[in-house]
Design a protein around this ligand. Structure first.
Ligand code: C2E
Ligand code: MG
Ligand code: MG
Ligand code: MG
Length: 275
């Protein structure tokens, strides 16, 4: 391969690779510091009931502004954390912050649900379920308030151990939501293997559903499939009223998206609950 590219292009390719590796190393080093210094925070994006328009919960999304790197989006640092093994510590920090926030809202008289994202790799480390149970208990938060969002992923080839952990979470009372549904290569296999309580339709299908007949057909089919399997449906990335209107007609239960609100710091998120 590389011979055919010729010498100059090989060098360019190497340089680009080297630059990416250097950037990943920097992100890794700064992320390590951020974890030590508690510099990461969670923002909360409302999940809204389609029928009533009420906020019934939030998705917790990591936010990080680094002194040297500036704002680093999760799309950049999560993959680095996954590749370097930092995801374990990061996941623990997210769980801790989410439970602390739920406890605070509880003390203030709110009963908001919170969904945290789990990286598929977190299932490969032992003790995940015990850690979740322990953290909920330590904060005095009922497991029924927590959901975990899992994404289908090629790193999981051992379905049995993941299924076991998700089953244990469901038995605790935690809901399991299948994130970015339809974008992986084994969506249906995941749906079959795991105890999924809700399906999140990826925003790539929601985006054009009001104009594109095949996207609309996919959304309709996913909603039908999900309902047949006893799952509720959450639509991601709803930006336009006409998308929400179609989702309502198709029987989708809940949605998230900029149409209602982006992810917000906890106090602003709580203000939406009061409204
Ligand atoms: P995700 O779990 O699918 O989260 C939804 C993403 O869509 C979020 O991006 C959210 O800000 C964005 N979004 C929400 N509404 C809209 C909309 O109307 N339009 C558009 N264009 N985007 C919208 P974000 O916060 O950048 O996170 C990206 C991904 O990073 C997440 O995708 C999730 O996979 C990962 N991530 C974020 N926080 C965590 C975390 O605490 N742990 C793990 N393991 N992954 C996380
Ligand atoms: Mg998610
Ligand atoms: Mg998603
Ligand atoms: Mg996504």
């Amino acid at each position: 391969e590389s011979k055919r590219l010729g010498r100059g292009q090989t060098t360019l390719y190497d340089a680009a690779l080297g630059e990416r590796a250097r950037q990943a190393l920097r992100v890794h080093a700064r992320l390590q510091a951020a974890l030590r210094e508690d510099a990461l925070s969670l923002h909360f994006q409302p999940q809204v009931d389609v029928a009533s328009g009420q906020v019934h919960g939030f998705e917790a999304l990591l936010r990080w502004t680094d002194a040297e790197l500036g704002v680093v989006p999760p799309g950049v640092f999560i993959p680095v954390a996954e590749d370097t093994g930092l995801i374990g510590a990061l996941g623990e920090a997210v769980l801790r912050m989410a439970c602390r926030q739920m406890r605070q809202w509880q003390d203030e008289g709110f009963t908001a649900r919170v969904a945290i994202n789990l990286s598929p790799r977190e299932f490969l480390h032992p003790g995940l379920v015990a850690r979740i149970a322990q953290e909920l208990q330590r904060h005095g938060v009922p497991a029924q308030r927590l959901s975990v969002e899992v994404t289908e992923s090629a790193v999981i080839d051992d379905f049995a151990t993941v299924a076991e952990q998700l089953q244990a979470l469901v038995e605790l009372g935690v809901e399991v939501h299948l994130d970015d549904f339809g974008t992986g290569h084994s969506s249906l296999a995941w749906l079959k293997a795991f105890p999924i309580t809700a399906i999140k339709i990826d925003r790539s299908f929601v985006r054009d559903m009001a104009q594109d007949a095949s996207d609309e057909a996919i959304v309709r089919a996913v909603i039908g499939l999900g309902h047949t399997l006893g799952c509720s449906i959450v639509a991601e990335g709803v930006e336009k009223p006409e998308q929400l209107q179609r989702l309502r007609e198709l029987g989708c239960e809940a949605y998230q998206g900029w149409l209602f609100s982006p992810a917000l710091p906890a106090p602003q998120a709580a203000a939406l609950l009061q409204r």
